[in-house]
Design a protein around this ligand. Structure first.
Ligand code: DQA
Length: 140
């Protein structure tokens, strides 16, 4: 099964950024572990700080992969274009947030993508990506 992980803005700074909220592990380190753990999946990883590049990646992987794990980061709360891209593609999309967006500022409680996704995981740290892969592998 082919799964793309797509991360939005500032997630390239994982491990350095607000470590009390997002932890001390970089996504590159974590992605190496994911590839070792889920050998039955073909995993690719894409990160961008640019909204249009995220839309392009959702469009591309949304028709060439079976599943997408999407953390649009701050664009979750602002981007109609990313929500529309999720609605447009064939792949199953799982929304993941590392932090518990419902326990933070009010503006983080709204998501343009949740209603277009198969499901959402938030507040479980990087483990959320593992749970999303497991769900895609067993329920797709
Ligand atoms: C985030 C939550 C967003 O509100 C925030 O803007 C992020 C990361 C998360 O993974 O917890 O950048 O998507």
């Amino acid at each position: 099964m082919k799964i793309a992980i797509i991360n939005g803005p500032n997630l390239n700074l994982l491990g350095k950024r607000e470590t009390d909220i997002y932890g001390t592990e970089s996504f590159d380190q974590f992605f190496e572990k994911l590839k070792t753990k889920f050998t039955e999946a073909e995993l690719v990883y894409f990160q961008s700080n640019i909204e249009g590049e995220l839309v392009n990646a959702i469009q591309e992987y949304g028709f060439s992969m079976d599943g997408i794990i999407l953390n649009p980061a701050a664009y979750t709360h602002t981007s109609v274009a990313i929500g529309d891209a999720v609605a447009a593609v064939k792949a199953s999309v799982v929304e993941v947030h590392i932090s518990n967006v419902h326990a933070r500022e009010d503006f983080r409680k709204f998501s343009h993508v949740s209603g277009k996704c198969a499901g959402s995981i938030f507040g479980l740290g990087l483990k959320g990506y593992e749970l999303a892969i497991t769900w895609l592998l067993t329920n797709h």
